[in-house]
Design a protein around this ligand. Structure first.
Ligand SMILES: Nc1ncnc2c1ncn2[C@@H]1O[C@H](COP(=O)(O)OP(=O)(O)OP(=O)(O)O)[C@@H](O)[C@H]1O
Ligand SMILES: Nc1nc2c(c(=O)[nH]1)N=C(CO)CN2
Length: 188
């Protein structure tokens, strides 16, 4: 399924949008995103962010909602975290820009690194792309150490590979502590 629809291995610079180009005629790319929220109505924030993302990503699967203890900066409320995957015609830089626009649109204010936020959207994987330029790093550089990412990722795609290491989500999860992450009964 992933291989069949992941049509291009070109880097993002090779197919920047051209004038008059029809988005749906561009190649499709398989993307994995992680979303988190720890302020306000966390469930509503995640739902709203997913709704916005659906405008540019044909979302195939969304994980359960996990309540997770804060990592990095500890003096903040617990998060709700999810992971989803789907297909998009956007390039990776375009998708990052859209994700950051959605965060702003939903009211995210600048804060300390790892600090509280209404909604956070990270690009985990973009096809098998390994990319680091300007303000974008793919695969997400910290995904392999975060139970709040790997547990929902392994729920919906245990065999997906992190292309830098070649390890699957299930394998990466076996190398880290799974404490502080609880599956909730919340449905999105
Ligand atoms: N794969 C990626 N997904 C999302 N943002 C990325 C990615 N790679 C680099 N960035 C950059 O990281 C910057 C900081 O993002 P953000 O404020 O969400 O960080 P953070 O959520 O506090 O920390 P973390 O990146 O560890 O989750 C963004 O402006 C973006 O340009
Ligand atoms: N539990 C949890 N901790 C975090 C999270 C998050 O989404 N969940 N995001 C962070 C910065 O992106 C920092 N710490």
């Amino acid at each position: 399924m992933f291989e069949a629809r992941s049509l291009s291995s070109m880097g993002p610079d090779n197919y920047a949008a051209r004038e008059g180009e029809v988005l749906s005629e561009r190649p499709e790319h398989c993307v994995y995103l992680a979303l988190g929220s720890n302020l306000g109505d966390r469930q509503a924030q995640l739902k709203a962010a997913l709704g916005e993302l659906r405008q540019v990503i044909d979302i195939q699967k969304v994980s359960s909602v996990y309540e997770t203890e804060p990592v990095g900066y500890l003096d903040q409320p617990p998060f709700f975290n999810i992971v989803c995957w789907g297909y998009t015609h956007m390039t990776a830089p375009e998708l990052l820009k859209r994700a950051k626009d959605i965060e702003r649109q939903l009211g995210r204010q600048p804060t300390v690194r790892n600090g509280p936020r209404l909604v956070d959207i990270d690009i985990l994987l973009y096809d098998t792309l390994v990319y680091a330029k300007d303000n974008l790093i793919v695969p997400h550089p910290r995904m392999g150490e975060r139970a709040f990412v790997l547990i929902p990722l392994a729920e919906i795609a245990p065999d997906v590979q992190e292309p830098r290491s070649g390890h699957t989500a299930r394998e990466l999860l076996q190398n880290i502590s799974q404490r502080g992450v609880t599956r909730t009964s919340v449905l999105l």
